[in-house]
Ligand binder design. Structure first.
Ligand SMILES: Nc1ncnc2c1ncn2[C@@H]1O[C@H](COP(=O)(O)OP(=O)(O)O)[C@@H](O)[C@H]1O
Ligand SMILES: N[C@@H](CCC(=O)OP(=O)(O)O)C(=O)O
Length: 369
């Protein structure tokens, strides 16, 4: 069956073709490929990097300190150049574009998340190409998603896509970084993302991109848990977008999991940043992971971070392995107080008792590998 809605993520490495400038000749080719797909009835959302590179180019490579304010300046200048370029390139194919600049705050607040989703759907319903980037000009590290691989996965969840294409400067995921290992082999099919695969994926060393393969794997993990297939491929492979959308074997394909998470759990996984950790013992670990149970106070060994009731937390085993992500029914102070007692012995704290579960299984996403 053909794909219905596709998110295409273009890394800086693709947009600059490895140079210090936007490669407009290649960008027009990518716009042509996306327009062709749209004419075939597939809805396309573009997640574009390249604002900072475009800012540097437009200001003729200014030499100034590598501060947050200067990066934001480059992004502010570059984003307007970037969207201008995309707007002109898509207009060649008779298409309008609409810009959405997002930060993590837009994704972690459920109401803002739903608003962004409505805007995306309205653009798609009117055959306008939504173009997404992080709002780098205002986002500080604390409120950033941080890289466009993760941003594109969240965009794919937001618009209920069925395919996410991550285009980069390599043919896909290799069993070692091909820049430093000439014998590295392309991995064509991935059925499961586990720690051994994560070890193969290195960071970005070109100085152009952010995150390298490590963030692409994080993105693939989020998307496939939501039932979205993912392909990492080269943005310079001829007709790559059409080929991937036609299910030709190009790059690395990640199959979606069979029983995807329901939408609220997708949001727990992809929306809020974790504000703390609950370290749990072996009993709680197997109750949560193997039996899909709620996390009870008696299995908690330690609490990290200051958080309020409703905060998103990571459940971690004693070796530091992340087992699950979920929403706490208690603030940090109360978790500490409760977990110091036997679970049958919970007294209402601060006048409230939200039950025995610190994180209820309905508010939890188990990360099983
Ligand atoms: N196992 C791997 N397979 C392929 N590429 C890898 C791997 N590990 C690290 N990389 C690096 O990831 C880089 C691509 O990511 P990045 O530089 O962030 O580009 P983009 O701008 O497309 O996001 C490649 O240039 C490559 O050097
Ligand atoms: N938002 C930034 C890009 C961040 C990013 O993840 O870059 P890349 O790894 O090239 O996809 C920009 O527009 O410059």
């Amino acid at each position: 069956m053909g794909y219905r809605r596709v998110v295409v993520k273009l890394g800086t490495s693709v947009l600059t073709s490895g140079s210090k400038k936007l490669d407009k000749a290649h960008m027009v080719e990518l716009a042509r490929q996306m327009a062709t797909l749209m004419r075939a009835g597939v809805e396309v959302v573009l997640c574009t990097s390249g604002a900072i590179a475009a800012g540097r180019e437009h200001l003729q490579y200014p030499v100034f300190p590598d501060t947050m304010a200067n990066k934001q300046l480059l992004a502010a200048v570059g984003q307007s150049q970037l969207i201008l370029a995309w707007s002109q390139l898509f207009s060649i194919y008779g298409l309008h574009v609409g810009q959405l600049l997002l930060t993590r705050a837009d994704l972690q607040d459920r109401e803002r998340y739903l608003n962004a989703r409505d805007t995306l759907n309205a653009l798609l319903a009117n055959n306008i190409v939504p173009i997404i980037n992080e709002n780098d000009a205002v986002a500080t590290n604390e409120i950033k998603v941080g890289d466009n691989d993760n941003l594109s996965a969240r965009a794919a969840l937001l618009c209920d896509a069925d395919l996410l294409i991550l285009l980069t400067d390599q043919k896909g995921l290799f069993d070692a970084d091909p820049r430093t290992n000439p014998d590295a082999q392309l991995i064509k099919q991935v059925a499961n993302i586990d720690d051994s695969l994560r070890l193969l994926a290195g960071g970005s060393v070109s100085g152009l991109g952010t995150g390298g393969m490590a963030t692409k794997l994080e993105a693939a993990d989020i998307a496939r848990r939501a039932g979205i297939e993912v392909v990492i491929a080269s943005g310079h492979h001829p007709d790559v977008i059409a080929k991937v959308a036609d299910r030709e074997s190009v790059g690395t394909h990640f199959s979606a999991i069979e029983n995807p998470l329901e939408s609220r759990k997708q949001w727990i996984l992809a929306g809020p940043a974790a504000q703390g950790k609950l370290i749990v013992d072996a009993g709680a670990s197997s109750a949560v992971v193997a039996n899909g149970r709620s996390l009870l106070s008696k299995g908690i060994i330690a609490v990290e971070g200051k958080f309020e009731r409703g905060a998103t937390l990571l459940i971690v085993d004693q070796k530091g392995k992340v087992l699950a992500k979920g929403i706490s029914r208690y603030c940090a102070h109360d978790v500490l107080k409760i977990s110091g007692k036997h679970s049958n012995d919970i007294e209402p704290l601060l006048g409230y008792d939200y039950g025995d579960a610190i994180i209820h299984r309905n508010d939890m996403v188990v990360l099983d590998n």
